[in-house]
Design a protein around this ligand. Structure first.
Ligand SMILES: C[S@@+](CC[C@H](N)C(=O)[O-])C[C@H]1O[C@@H](n2cnc3c(N)ncnc32)[C@H](O)[C@@H]1O
Length: 324
């Protein structure tokens, strides 16, 4: 095994242990099988290192309807259809859009003066721009509240801990726009199928939620501009209407940036005088994570922050929210 294949084997073994274990037995087994298969490791050397990630390879297999729950069958198929898999891996990026994050951002958003002009950076298909399209069910800590339109095809359930300021109503959104390096058109069947292929096999609830949310987004067609969240944000901020509170939101996005870019983003927003509302991993904005008491377990949780304050911890896929 040369250095490159040995490194890829290590990547897949680590990924099986850290990412897949406890979340997807199917992917855990498949990643371990890849790590032991020299021919597949050599195949992976044909793509640039950043594209050797399990999520991309496994998404490409599912794109081709390969039975990923049978590692031997899946890898034999891959051995015979390398070009078809390479084409997907070279032309596509891993992508997600988790609508349930709206449930963990809404309690921090709703108390601000309304109506809103919302800009989501890293908007993907724009599902987290459509706060007012979803129905929410908050439970826990003495709360049992339904919020939002009864006719919504999608209910986002969120378990609360602590003093979560659960709103009475969904917010009044006057204007909204998204910004993403790689916007997804929710009305494009190809794009929808790719997003679905990237959901891990046992995560049927997420797949169903994505399906329902994409159908709504296809109709609502939120305006999403292709661009970078630092360089292209000022232009979008200029378009926000007067008479609305401008809030720039982001979730699971700043991890894609290096620390200098994250600092530039935070400074840009502070200088613009608009609100920033985000949910990101605990290592992404260390100056906010520092505000969280040491005895609070932040591992595997997102920090929900508004401007320069950490407000809450959220389960990364929106299922639970703990107010600080
Ligand atoms: C993991 S997805 C999260 C999507 C959505 N915010 C959510 O919570 O479901 C991250 C998104 O950020 C976008 N992205 C990454 N770097 C970016 C940048 N510099 N400028 C704009 N968008 C970026 C990616 O294209 C991707 O759509």
């Amino acid at each position: 095994m040369d250095t490159s294949t040995a490194e890829t084997a290590k990547l897949y073994r680590e990924w099986a242990r850290v990412e897949a274990h406890g979340s997807s037995l199917i992917y855990e087994r498949l990643a371990l099988a890849v790590a032991e298969d020299l021919a597949i490791l050599e195949f992976l050397s044909k793509v640039e290192p950043v594209k050797r990630q399990p999520n991309l390879l496994f998404g490409a297999l599912r794109w081709h309807n390969v039975p990923v729950d049978k590692p031997a069958v899946a890898l034999a198929w891959l051995g015979e259809h390398q070009d078809a898999v390479l084409a997907v891996m070279r032309n596509r990026l891993t992508q997600t859009n988790e609508v349930a994050r709206c449930a963990t951002l809404l309690p921090a958003l709703a108390p601000l003066p309304q109506p809103f002009a919302l800009i989501e950076v890293g908007a993907s298909a724009g599902l987290c721009l459509l706060y007012d399209s979803w129905r929410y069910h908050y439970t826990g800590s003495g709360v049992d509240r339904w919020v939002g339109p009864t006719k919504s095809p999608l209910t986002l359930s969120c378990i609360t801990t602590g003093d979560v300021p659960v709103p009475q109503e969904v917010p009044d959104v006057l204007w909204r726009a998204g910004l993403d390096l790689n916007p997804i058109d929710a009305a494009d069947p190809d794009a929808r199928r790719w997003l679905q292929a990237l959901i891990w096999p046992e995560h049927q609830e997420r797949a169903d939620r994505l399906d329902a949310a994409l159908a709504v987004a296809a109709q609502a067609a939120p305006h999403i501009v292709a661009g970078d969240l630092v360089n292209d944000l000022p232009k979008l901020l200029d378009q926000a209407p007067t008479g609305a509170t401008v809030v720039v939101t982001h979730s699971a996005t700043l991890a894609y940036l290096d620390q200098d870019e994250r600092n530039a983003f935070i400074t840009l927003l502070a200088d613009s005088g608009v609100h920033r509302l985000g949910a990101e991993g605990p290592r992404v904005l260390p100056h906010l994570t520092k505000q969280i008491p040491n005895d609070v377990d932040i591992n595997g949780r997102f920090v929900v922050s508004l401007d320069d304050r950490a407000l809450a911890l959220a389960q990364p896929h929106g299922r639970a929210l703990t107010w600080l």
